[in-house]
Ligand binder design. Structure first.
Ligand SMILES: [Mg+2]
Length: 377
């Protein structure tokens, strides 16, 4: 089998763009991938165009060989955009391999470890009472895992205010759902170590499942300080590309849950390596999935195959999303993704429907401090 074409589909849907990649072969089989860095889609298309020249004519079943060629083939490391582009191609190759061997992808990764994959859903409201009400509704609909965010006020994020607000919301949610429902909180890199420590210490009385991404990703050593003062579990890693960016965090056991993004880290090939490495340190995986149906499917297959899986970010899962573009998606029931029996990733893409979509030039949302200075969204 040979790769004959690599096509990109930047698609505006809802409030943002998605970038899907289709790899075609001379035997009529195709595979789907998804690019993981939102608001950088055109850079991703450029990277994929460079990579296409490396892989046209190659056998798509030689996934590791292609991974190494794309990663090391042009001498200079390509960085995170390149890895997201390479991730999309890698997912498509696993999709092709599954179809070629007539097996769902998780069977190629070692087989099925579990009957279903628990997901978490996002909650939030203007007041603690609003957030608690939404939490009760979601639990009533079947969700056992909830995730809230560190709060801002009308586009302003003052760290000490945000910590106080977040504690009030978290306390209200715990009170509303009781001790059995797991509650996570995503800091979204909005705090520095001192405020993270303050938040983490105060949260311990409410038994959080994890505190997610308190710090930005540039300096992993800063997690040493947080780790010394916060006993609640930490979930980190959605920005990381390649096993090397996870290396220090795993080896120093600076995280409890690895937020692997399959559409940034280097696809299923790299995610499986990171997950196995985590296993040697008793670290569980919580794959990051803010993306579309291809990312959701890829996460599901990894979760099904890995023993050290904890919970999956639900993302758009469970809603009627992009049905016109992806008439076949992975199965779902309230709060859970279910094992797909179809070969490959288990999604089908309607290229003709994609011809009617558009791309919009967008920038990500931004936050300010009260004095007008910039802060992380
Ligand atoms: Mg996150």
């Amino acid at each position: 089998m040979k790769i004959t074409a690599v096509k990109t589909f930047p698609i505006f849907w809802g409030s943002r763009n998605y970038l899907f990649v289709k790899v075609e072969t001379d035997e009529g089989l195709y595979g789907m991938g998804e690019f993981g860095i939102t608001w950088k889609e055109q850079a991703g298309i450029g990277a994929i165009q460079h990579m296409t020249h490396h892989i046209l004519g190659e056998d798509p079943l030689n996934i590791e060989w292609i991974w190494q060629k794309l990663f090391r083939g042009d001498f200079f490391p390509g960085g995170r955009i390149n890895m997201a582009a390479q991730s999309a191609i890698d997912l498509a190759l696993w999709d092709i391999k599954g179809k070629a061997l007539n097996q769902p992808v998780h069977m190629l990764l070692g087989g099925r470890m579990r009957d279903r994959v628990a997901c978490y859903t996002g909650i939030g409201g203007a007041t603690p009472q609003d957030t608690a009400r939404m939490a009760r509704e979601r639990v009533g609909a079947g969700w056992q895992y909830l995730r809230m965010s560190v709060n801002e006020r009308n586009g302003i994020l003052e760290p000490r205010t945000a910590v106080r607000d977040s504690l009030a919301h978290f306390a209200a949610v715990r009170e509303a759902v009781g001790p059995e429902v797991e509650i996570c909180i995503d800091v979204h890199t909005r705090l520095d170590p001192p405020d993270t420590i303050r938040l983490g210490r105060e949260l311990e009385q409410y038994d959080p499942f994890f505190i997610e991404d308190p710090l930005r990703c540039e300096n992993p050593q800063s997690y040493r300080q947080v780790r010394q003062h916060v006993s609640s579990p930490l979930a980190v890693g959605e920005h990381y590309a390649t096993k090397w960016e996870f290396r220090q965090m795993i080896e120093e056991e600076l995280l409890d849950y690895a937020r692997i993004d399959l559409c940034i880290v280097g696809g299923l090939t790299e995610a499986r390596k990171v997950a196995n490495w985590c296993e040697t340190h008793y670290i569980k995986i919580v794959p990051h999935n803010p993306l579309g149906p291809v990312s959701a499917a890829a996460c599901l297959h990894l979760d099904l195959a890995c023993d050290n899986f904890a919970v999956q970010e639900g993302g758009l899962v469970g809603h009627t999303v992009m049905r016109e573009l992806f008439p076949v998606q992975v199965p779902y029931e309230a709060g859970y993704l279910l094992p797909p029996n179809r070969p490959g990733l288990g999604v089908e893409f309607d290229e003709k429907a994609a011809a009617h979509t558009e791309f919009k030039w967008l920038n990500g949302p931004q936050l300010r401090r009260a004095d007008g200075s910039f802060t992380n969204w």
